[in-house]
Design a protein around this ligand. Sequence first.
Ligand code: AMP
Length: 175
Amino acid sequence: MNDHLRASIRDIPDFPQPGVVFKDITPLLGDAQAFAGAVAAIADHFADRGITKVAGIEARGFIFAAPIALRLGAGFVPIRKPGKLPHDTEAQDYELEYGTDLLEVHKDAFGPGDVALIIDDVLATGGTAAAATRLLGRLGAEVAGIGVLVELGFLNGRSKLPDIDFVALVHYDEP
Ligand code: AMP
């Protein structure tokens, strides 16, 4: 399955800016077997962890987080870019190559006893996933793991993550 997943991810050089090789997952999403296989593989990895909430990172994280939540019998929580969520939010900033960015989540998204799984499409430098982990931790959620479709291992993003269960289905050792 992982070879099938790799084969359905397309490299787009110099997108969205020169020097970046963008991992385009739209062919994978359009392939019913690959999409279902990716969702199942991540969900099954965390099946016995008592996950109650699956938090997806806007925007491509949502695509995987929602079906993973359904498969785990858990709720779905959106982690969004600033200004998108309508109710009271908690925010966490994080470093970009130039400047900083912000992630937000509803303050009431997690309650006592909630066990969270964070989902995104790609782990690159790890800044986004690390910020999401801090954000949920500040709301009192126990973060049991992080799941992504793709890990860009040459950027060493995993070193930014706390020592929690991490799964990536497709690894790239070079750009
Ligand atoms: P980072 O915070 O550097 O780990 O970046 C992760 C976020 O940026 C994810 O939400 C990805 O969707 C996106 N991203 C970063 N690099 C790439 C890439 N080469 N191809 C596709 N998406 C990327």
